[in-house]
Design a protein around this ligand. Sequence first.
Ligand code: SF4
Length: 348
Amino acid sequence: MEEEKKSLLGCTLAELRDVVSQMGMPAFTAKQLMEWIYKKRVSSIDAMTNISKAHKEVLSQHFILGVVPPEERLESVDGTVKYLFRIREGQYVEAVFIPSIGEDSNEERATLCISSQVGCKMHCRFCMTGRQGFSANLTAGEILNQIVAIPESERLTNVVLMGMGEPMDNLDEVLKALSLMTSADGFAWSPKRVTVSTVGIKNTLRRFLKESECHLAISLHASSPAMRAEMMPAERAFSMTEIIRELREFDFSHQRRLSFEYILFAGVNDTPADVRRLVRLLDGLHCRINLIRFHRIPDADFEGVDDERMIAFRDRLTQAGLFTTIRASRGEDVMAACGMLSTMKKKK
Ligand code: SF4
């Protein structure tokens, strides 16, 4: 059987040092490879012009670059673009490009929402990916490919890991991808450009906060553990009260931003009592709340709220001293909005 070639995209400098040493190439080739992969972002090994023809041939016998273009592109009326990537036979993920104007300034932002798993094990009741179930973890290279293989790649100002999957359930590969995004010999991005969203998985949050400086978003969606357990089975394994207790041990007042995502469900979590509970829960924590509109998915037994109720909820939280924003809904017509990603139809 023919050996499956590994991807160079996703390799760290240490891994590339091993590769070049095993192949009898000079040690400095590892640095050159990093430069071609992450800085110059070439599309083939052949395009690495300062590496000798002989070395490129040896490399190509065992490796591919690993940049794989998306198979489908769907553009929303609002300019949001949903991309479909094939991971392997019968396994696909989606990534969503969202051009916008920044909240705090008039600067243009270009955000890419990427996936970390094919499907997801968390089964949140309001999410299409959760219904799909879990198929596979993405490698660091497959996570980074969503960034480098789209035409808007060079324009990106921000990346959010809020697509398909639970990043903390694939933490080794996610941390590796984050490190390649932010390290000097990778993309050299500021960690402030990257946000990782999680429901909170026991024994991973602390590791993420210690090993990465990227922003953190917690999917909260409820003002009490009982309410959250109804919507998110993950609450039973690692409760929001434990999550918040752990978060209090870290400092979010400087570089790193902590936010809580809160989808508003009519008659479920949108009352003045919810505001009071949230204020007590987050008291003294340096954070913000992002209110998100519920995007209806087939057979959902939840309803979203209208804009008026959303604004009133935001105002109550703001008056109580919690910095709260409403996230603009984008890409709903192409099923690219929050909670709508699914590649189930592509499964064999
Ligand atoms: S909301 Fe996130 S964690 Fe929950 S099922 Fe969907 S993808 Fe998984």
